[in-house]
Design a protein. Sequence first.
Length: 493
Amino acid sequence: MAAPDDRLPVIVAAAQVIERDAVVSALDLATRAADAALAPVRALRPRIDRVSFVNSISEVGTRPASDLARRLGLSPRWTEVTTIGGNSPQSLVNRAAQAVAAGELDAVLVAGAEAQRSARAGLPRASARDAPSGEPAATSPDPVVGDPRPGVGAAEMQAGLLAPVHVYALFESAIAARAGRSPAEQRVVLGELMAPFTEVAATHPTAWFAEARTPAELSQPGEDNRLVSEPYTKRLCALLQVDQAAAVVLTSLGAARAARCEDRAVFVWAGAEANDVWFPTARPDPGRSPALAAASAAALAAARSDVDDMDCFDVYSCFPSAVEMAADALGLGIRDPRGLTVTGGLPYFGGPGNNYALHAIATMTDRLRDRGGRGLLNALGWYVTKHAVGIYGASPPPAGWQLADTASAQREIDATAVDVAPEFSGQATVVASTVAYDPSGTVTAAPVIARRADGRQIAASAEPAALPSLAGSSLVGSTVHVSGSPPTYRVPG
């Protein structure tokens, strides 16, 4: 007779790899990571029912999960690849945990990789290894899972709001304005916020930058730390040009017992997901994330836990505004003694595309196995848009695995969307702004989100003649005159 806890979902293996020298493909790296993850749990290999692959910026073709399974000699019943989004790794774990708990799956391999350093070094497109002799190659694309909607709409496109560094810098301006800080003052605070992340990265064996930095080294603009988009310097931004991969194996506690690896089990306690108002221009407050607050609260409640019960965190950290919004959503101080990252974050550990959170899950798994306790992490996609939260523990969850219901909260969030004006001629008040620079320090753009007197919002770019005068500025709270199609603005007077 099966034990009552046999269906508890557990992660029994996790591995991460990094390549600094050889030119490799993303699939090569994913194979290395998956091989390493499966090595201590070989008895589970025949029980892998599903291989999930995180969407990759690097060239992996249309069937990376199937190709990975073939390389590993696995015969899963299902393969899948995700849509774009840094929320994907945690979302995949939530899906896998739900299926394992329901008895629908025995074991799942989740993997992902980026080889952007190798791509810049000239990796040939046809770098993947051929199928073994006599074995037919997969021909059908892997099914795609996840929300496929684009991250920006017509309003953002018209204002040139496509680069994440510009959109996240807009969010930062709203946070800084709420605190009464100029861009230069905010930059100093951000150096203090992110310096502890560098200290964690300095001790992580697969971090890209194993070097602790002072707050001033992060925040002070200079020849090797140029301003990118107010108030962000280069060292405050995620680094995509890395070669990194991660993989985890999730199964049931019963299967882990049968495979004699239950001593490796880290329990998946709870998960939750929610979306903020989808397009940034339609958000009532660009400097806050009600969806992350809702998903975090739901996951904690489902796990019968509180933030104070957590021993470690990993908050998504592509840019500092994501860190600040996560801390705000969780009710954490930015100098919480437990720290806000287990990896070192995307600017210092490395930002391997959509797969960063799988590294965070792998790191948290190892940490909880070694030290015990509980941990919470959040993963996000697009522009603080798609959110997935996970709670993990070294011991079994008192309420069993729980996938929290956020449907009611989602309806409330969706109802807060502000109407967006595609065109407008007249005055509006700026609610978020940034100034973008090229490598020479020349201002190249200064997009804003502004609110009309009737409450509708509009995204607009600066009139070209005004760009030089906007260097170093924040326009949040200022009145601008918007006109034209696509919309541009000028500062009266």
